[in-house]
Design a protein around this ligand. Structure first.
Ligand SMILES: *[C@@H]1O[C@H](CO)[C@@H](O)[C@H](O)[C@H]1NC(C)=O
Length: 226
């Protein structure tokens, strides 16, 4: 066998780099074709079947206010029974974000409170601790857990689509800021996706080795409220 010529090696490297880079481009929100796209509220989000078909306002009608959001100064008003209050900021609330491929969340967690295991099907998340001590982690697709207690000023990244969780292990309220590389990351909470959905009881009994009574108890706890 001949050794591969240096020219061929260089070509192969360039080719694989090219594939790698085009993969990266395909894996994110589409690149905008204009500076920004403030949704035209005359059309609204309600009537558009797809987020990417919402018409933009004429850019001459955009204002600075479209690019400033003041709704994260305080925690959300109501804490869940898990001790967390979250405000997810989407382009519906913050028009300037639209089409930029990102969004964010503020979450306040009471002492001992948790952000139950969940995942975002369309985004990687960076979580930044503004105050407090937070046990944070994720589980990879081999069920390995990567978790640590992170404190004020520290950051952790949760790769896209992987189950992750947080718990306030400090002695004071914690505040975290999460940033997503999608304007519509989506969120599926594991407990409610399983027990708050309409999967047949029989299947859940077999999957979890639980009795009908235990399933019923979990259903009552996780069925969506309101
Ligand atoms: C946007 O607004 C400007 C200024 O009013 C106007 O000249 C332009 O024709 C508008 N563009 C479109 C596509 O309507």
């Amino acid at each position: 066998m001949n050794r591969m010529s240096p020219q061929l090696t260089v070509l192969l490297v360039i080719f694989s780099l090219h594939c790698y880079m085009s993969d990266m481009a395909m894996a994110s929100d589409p690149d905008p074709l204009q500076d920004f796209c403030i949704p035209n509220t005359k059309w609204g989000y309600g009537r558009a079947a797809r987020l990417d078909t919402i018409p933009c306002k004429n850019s001459s009608e955009a204002t600075t206010d479209d690019f400033v959001f003041s709704g994260l100064k305080k925690p959300a008003e109501t804490f869940s029974d898990m001790g967390i209050a979250a405000v997810s900021v989407t382009p519906q609330m913050f028009p300037g974000l639209n089409t930029l491929g990102m969004s964010f969340v503020r979450a306040d967690i009471q002492v001992g409170g948790i952000n139950a295991p969940h995942f975002h099907p369309r985004a990687t998340e960076i979580t930044y601790v503004l105050q407090g001590k937070v046990y944070s982690g994720f589980v990879d697709s081999t069920n390995r857990v990567f978790a640590a207690v992170i404190e004020q000023g520290e950051v952790m990244v949760f790769p896209r689509g992987l189950v992750h969780f947080q718990m306030n292990v400090g002695e004071s309220p914690a505040t975290v800021f999460g940033c997503f590389n999608s304007q519509n990351p989506g969120a599926q909470k594991i407990p409610s996706a399983i027990f708050g959905s309409e999967i047949k009881d029989e299947l859940l009994e077999k999957a979890f080795g639980m009795t009908p009574k235990q399933i019923d108890k979990m259903r009552r706890k996780f069925v969506p409220k309101g």
